[in-house]
Design a protein around this ligand. Structure first.
Ligand code: BES
Ligand code: MN
Ligand code: ZN
Length: 493
């Protein structure tokens, strides 16, 4: 996908198909007025004749020779101007793409500042367009005999003011980077677990090495033993596939600048272990590495956009299988921190791999640590697939993540980690139990992690947001947009 940025007279510059925004309660946008004039009132006539009301996501396509190189007009409904949300805008751009694909249109023109809404700065709009188009272009094909070359949107002309051309160019680069990062996360999530093993994830991470400012290191079982990662290793015990501890460093900031550490849960398949899960829907547990996928995707994205910041990503990767060496309910293990854990349910394995990664994070003297995990079914019950669960021991970090979520429309909702909940994790035989009983499952899971976090820390439970079930089953790439936006804001962008 090529973005071509131009400035000048719209009439002369449009090519392919022109995309025009349309609000249900407004007169035509400035560019729509110009195009309407050029086409002898075609737009106004069509609006009168049809019932196109401009509802969000509705589109109408007019075949029309606007000039020699522009043969069509696509109006996209955005609903009421005053209640336009970032989410509505994103969805409308997505539905524009779906229509272009259906029509087989591969070249389009968009106008960067076609509506004057203070919440929709040009840069945000362009970044969003480029991100959504890249995300929409993703098709899973790795294990299917299908051609992915059937359609591609190849040229996107963006017309903007001449003094904002650089900003527009940069916004397309950022959007593209985020879209690619999100697609990488989706790809890793969608791959079957016989391909996407811990070793496979480690090799994928190593490929990031080719990018500027990135270095990757992977610890094998032996090294984890030496470090005393008894909690993480107890999860890997029931599996033939060896666990991997992946460390990706991105150094885009000053040497002295302390890094943000991202930690991604990398359970490449979660059977539940000896506390075996029911078989119905167990296939979806291949997505239990989406936390890992999203931090790997985010590292790809920030390296692509050359973000001036230091970030370390840690991925504790393992399977959770019920092999002969598997951990038993009632086993007590010693984590890297020295704290002992009574494992009452081997299906609560995410926290067991994450806690050792959190302890490992300390050596980087992080300004903040954000872990990302498909941690609990309870979070899906609480928030569905709309908001990611946010838990934090630090108000500033929590509000930065909330803000980044609203900006990228990859939203989070804050949940508590009060000491009252911590009580649920008490054990008669160890410093803590790995489950907290019936109520507040996503909260007690977060409380467990909090015990290992002696730095500004936040936990994102993405069990409900990392993939969709049903007919369009697949990984969503969330929360790559959120993490990228968070890091962009942190770096001062
Ligand atoms: N990976 C699961 C969480 C999960 C479940 C994500 C369903 C998405 C959909 C996690 O390892 C798990 O099994 N959690 C248990 C915890 C329980 C044993 C305390 C759960 O949520 O049931
Ligand atoms: Mn589990
Ligand atoms: Zn799991």
């Amino acid at each position: 996908m090529n973005f071509i940025i131009k400035s000048g007279q719209l009439e002369k510059l449009v090519s392919g198909c022109i995309i025009l925004p349309f609000f249900s309660n407004l007169k035509l946008s400035p560019s729509s007025i110009s195009i309407n004039k050029l086409t002898n009132n075609r737009i106004k006539k069509v609006l009168k004749e049809t019932r196109f009301s401009g509802k969000p996501g509705d589109t109408i396509y007019l075949q029309e020779d606007v000039n020699e190189s522009c043969k069509g007009i696509l109006l996209i409904g955005l609903g009421d101007f005053n209640s336009l949300s970032r989410g509505t805008y994103q969805k409308a751009i997505g539905s524009a793409f779906d229509n272009l694909k259906k029509l087989g249109i591969t070249e389009i023109t968009m106008v960067s500042n076609d509506f004057d809404n203070p919440n929709f700065e040009t840069e945000w709009v362009i970044q969003t367009i480029s991100r959504v188009f890249i995300e929409k272009s993703y098709i899973y094909s790795h294990t299917k005999n299908i051609s992915t070359k059937d359609y591609s949107l190849t040229r996107v002309h963006i017309i903007g003011e001449s003094d904002s051309k650089t900003q527009i160019r940069e916004a397309t680069i950022r959007g593209k980077a985020i879209g690619e990062g999100s697609n990488l996360a989706r790809h890793l999530g969608n791959l079957p677990p016989n391909i996407c093993t811990p070793t496979f994830l480690a090799n994928k991470a190593k490929i990031l090495n080719r990018q500027k400012n990135i270095s990757v290191k992977v610890l094998a079982r032996k090294e984890m033993e030496t470090l005393g990662m008894g909690s993480l290793l107890s999860v890997a015990n029931g599996s033939y596939e060896p666990p991997q501890f992946i460390i990706i460093k991105y150094s885009g900031g000053r040497k002295s600048q302390k890094p943000v550490v991202l930690v991604g849960k990398g359970i490449t398949f979660d059977t539940g272990g000896i506390s075996l899960k029911p078989s119905g829907g167990m296939d979806e547990m291949k997505y239990d590495m989406c936390g890992a996928g999203s931090v790997i995707g985010t590292m790809h994205a920030i390296a692509k956009m050359r973000l001036p910041i230091n970030v370390v990503a840690l991925v504790p990767a393992s399977e959770n299988m019920p092999g002969g060496g598997a951990t038993r309910p009632s086993d007590v293990v010693t984590s890297m921190s020295g704290k002992t854990i009574e494992i009452l349910n081997t299906d609560a394995e995410g926290r067991l791999v994450l806690c050792d990664a959190l302890t490992y994070a300390k050596r980087f003297k992080p300004t903040a640590v954000v872990d990302v995990a498909t941690l609990t079914g309870a979070c899906v019950v609480a928030l569905g697939n709309v908001a990611t669960g946010l838990f934090s021991n630090n108000e500033e970090l929590a509000s930065q993540l909330e803000l980044a979520g609203n900006e990228s429309w990859d939203r989070v909702w804050r949940m508590p980690t009060w000491s009252d909940y911590h009580e649920q994790l008490e054990s008669n035989f160890a410093d803590m139990a790995n489950i907290g009983g019936r109520g507040a499952g996503s909260v007690t899971a977060a409380c467990f992690l909090e015990k290992f976090a002696n730095f500004p820390w936040a936990h994102l439970d993405i069990a409900g947001t990392a993939w969709i079930s049903g007919k369009n089953k697949g990984a969503t790439g969330r929360p790559v947009p959120l993490l990228c936006q968070f890091l962009m804001s942190k770096s001062g962008w």
